[in-house]
Design a protein around this ligand. Structure first.
Ligand SMILES: [Zn+2]
Length: 271
């Protein structure tokens, strides 16, 4: 990785912008972030789609990775509502481990997206993550496509409990009616919550720019979002260590989430 300060030798119209604080990224990424900032400045509405790669820098391994949750728990055995109804105690052996993600703290990328929203430059985040880190970082407009661990509900009497309350209970946590509580996460055989779909449609339908960060967009229906934004004339900024969108992306920052988003924010603020 080149020293970002080494670009002074090469005269470039973007030189002024490169003086913004983009620590730990190459000149190429800083240039890309400068172009992304221009695109965002010229856009009406900007939204973001985030996935597991946004949380790895917060110490949460991608559930699908070699060391991820699903390497230890077969999703078909532990991740379906069908199994939960038959044997909630078994599913809770997986959920007990999953709860650890609620101890994680947001990283620089989460904070940058929250700052962009506060600046009026970001109008919503659609996340496939269930860790609540966008909200912890201060983001307000967040759609949790796959639910969250912030609340739990009883399938029998519909009583709801907060994460804080569940944390005080022995596992598996029981409702006052005696049934086992289920987190508001979307299991593999469950539908995306209607409210999340509705707000997602609103966001997609008005987006001029979509930032895709930390997701290879391989899991439907989130996988269709970049193409849909593109089809209605929107532009795509991809932030992925291993880019996955190819020609669909107008600007690609092949770099980690935290440093890329910090650099993009710095360029946005550096006007
Ligand atoms: Zn109950």
């Amino acid at each position: 990785m080149r020293d970002p300060t080494s670009g002074e030798a090469e005269p470039d119209p973007l030189d002024e912008r490169m003086k913004v604080n983009c620590q730990g990224v190459s000149q190429e990424i800083s240039d890309g972030a400068a172009r992304a900032a221009e695109l965002i400045r010229s856009a009406g509405r900007v939204i973001a789609l985030t996935g597991a790669g946004a949380s790895t820098e917060s110490g949460i391994p991608d559930f699908r990775s070699r060391n991820g949750l699903w390497s230890r728990f077969d999703p078909l055995e532990y991740g379906t509502i069908g199994v939960f109804r038959r044997d909630p105690g078994k599913v809770w052996t997986m959920l007990a481990e999953l709860l650890a993600v609620t101890d994680a703290e947001p990283n620089a990328g989460h904070r940058a997206l929250a700052a962009m929203e506060a600046m009026g430059r970001l109008h919503g985040i659609i996340t496939q993550n269930i860790d609540g880190l966008h909200q912890k970082a201060g983001s307000r407009s967040v759609v949790e496509f796959h639910g969250s661990l912030a609340a739990f509900s009883c399938g029998r009497c519909r009583t709801r409990q907060s994460l804080a309350e569940v944390r005080t209970m022995p596992l598996p946590p029981l409702c006052t009616c005696g049934a086992v509580l289920k987190p508001d996460v979307v299991f593999f055989d469950e539908a995306i919550p209607p409210d999340a779909l509705r707000v997602t449609e609103q966001l997609i339908g008005t987006a001029d720019v979509l930032i895709v960060a930390g997701t290879s967009c391989q899991v439907a229906p989130a996988s269709t979002i970049p193409l849909r934004v593109r089809r209605r004339g929107g532009r795509i900024i991809e932030v992925n260590l291993e880019p996955a969108l190819g020609q669909l992306a107008d600007i690609t920052l092949a770099n980690g989430f935290g440093a890329s988003m910090s650099c993009l924010l710095a360029h946005l603020q550096g006007k």
